[in-house]
Design a protein around this ligand. Sequence first.
Ligand code: 2M8
Length: 469
Amino acid sequence: MGCAGSRRAPHLREGMTTTAADAAGLVRAAEAVLAANWTGRSTVASRRQYPHQWGWDAAFIAVGWARVDERRAAHELESLLRGQWADGRVPHIVFDPGVAEEAYFPGPRFWRSAAAPAGVATSGLTQPPLYARAALEVALRSRDAEAGRAFLRRVYPRLGALHAYLAGRRNAGGAGLAAIVHPWESGLDDSPAWDEPLAAVELPPGGVAPYERRDREHVDPRERPTDAAYDRFVHLARVYRDGGYADDRDAAFLVEDPLFNAIWLWSTHALVEIAELLGADAAPHHEVAAGLHAALVGRLWDARRGRFLPRDLIAGRLVDRRTVQSLAPLLDPDLPAEIAARVCAELESPHFRGPQGLGVASADLLGPDLDCRRYWRGPVWANLNWLLARGLRQHGLHGPAGVLEATTLELVCRSGMREYFDPLTGAGRGAADFSWTAAAVLDIAANPGGEGCGRRAARRRAGRLAKPI
Ligand code: 2M8
C-alpha cells in the first residue's frame, strides 16, 4: 500500500503525510481485511494467529463494520453474545466449531465450557466490556432506523446481564469496581503492570503440567510472551476452570484495572443512552456510572504520582508501573478537568509518545520494562489509539485526539494492517491483516474531526434514531 499521493486529506494535521488518495486506499484495504476475515457469522481477529471470535475484538470490529455493512456489524455482536453464559459473563473467545482444536491454544478442549449455552464452545474468562458502547454505535450508524432499534431491543437485556455480572460477581474489592482474575481478561495480556501480581502467583510444586504453546507458529517468537509468563497464564486459567469458574473462591490474581473499568464505565454511559432510546428505565445505569466514576477516581487515581494505576487486591496496593492502562480513564466523561489535563499531559509526554510521534506506546518508553517487539510491552496498537482519541475528545481535547487519529492512519499506511507496531520505528509487528486495526482505520477515516462524545453529542445522536419506542 503506497503512501505517495497528491492532496493532503483535510483532517490530517501538518507534519502528517497521509494524503486523501492514501486515505481512500486505506479504507479499501481495511474493508478487504474485514471481508477476508469474515466467516459468514462473525469476524476472526486474524486468520492464522487467532482463528476464532474474540470478545473485545468483536466490539472494535463491529464499530468498523458499522461503517461498511450494518448487518454484519449487528451479526458480529450478536454472534459473540450467543456465547453469553447464564451468569451473564460474555466469554473472551467464542470458538468456531469448524476450526481444528490444534489451530489455537488454549482451545475448546482446554476450557471445557460446560456452562456456555448448548452447542457453543467458549472460554471461561471475560474481556474489557466494550459491547454496549459498540452496540450503540452500530445502531446509530444504521441507515434503517427501525432495524437499529430492533437490534438494540435484542441486545439490551444481554448487555444489562453482563453489567450485572460484573457488578455482582466481580466486585471482589467491595467498592464497585470489577476485578479481573487473569491477565487475559485485561486484553493487555503481557503488560508490565502484571509482572508483580504474576510473580506472586505460586506455581504447583512440580511445575506447571505440560502444554503446547501454539502462539509462536505464525509470528516472531520474540514478539510473544516469555515461557515464564505463559506458564502462569496457563496455570491461572486451569485453576479458575477447575474451580468451576466460580468468582467467590480465593483467586491468586485479582486486580482492579483502570482500562477494564474505564471501558465498563464508558459502556455504562452507552447503556444509559440505549435505555433512553428504548424508553426503558435508565436510572439504574446512571447509578452504576456514578458509583464507577467515584470508585475509579477514589481507588485507582494516585494523586501524588498523577497517574491512574491498577490495584492489586492480593497485595493490597497500587501497582506502580507506567502503562497505557493509566490513560484509559479519559473515557470517563465526568473526570475532573484537572485530572483529565494531567492524564492528557502524560499521554503526550515522552513516556508514551516516541520521538516520531507514532501513536501511544503500550508501556513506558523511558522505563526499564520497555520491549519494542513484545506485544503489550511497548508496541503501539491501533485499537488503543482509537479508544484514547475518543477519550480525549470527550474532554474537548480535539487537537491531541486529531493528531492521534491522523498518526494512526499514517502508521497503518506505512506499515500495513498489522496487529501492532514498533513504538520507535513504526515497523509492523505481530499478525498481518488484523481485524481491529482495519476497524479502527474505517472508523477514523469515516469520522474526520471526530463526532463529539459528550452529553450534548449524545442528545444529537438520540435525535437521529428518531423517537423513543
Ligand atoms: C491477544 O490475546 C490472546 C489471548 O486472549 C492471545 O495472545 O492468544 C490479546 O492481544 C487480546 O487483547 C486480543 O483480544 C486477542 C485477539 O486479538 O489476542
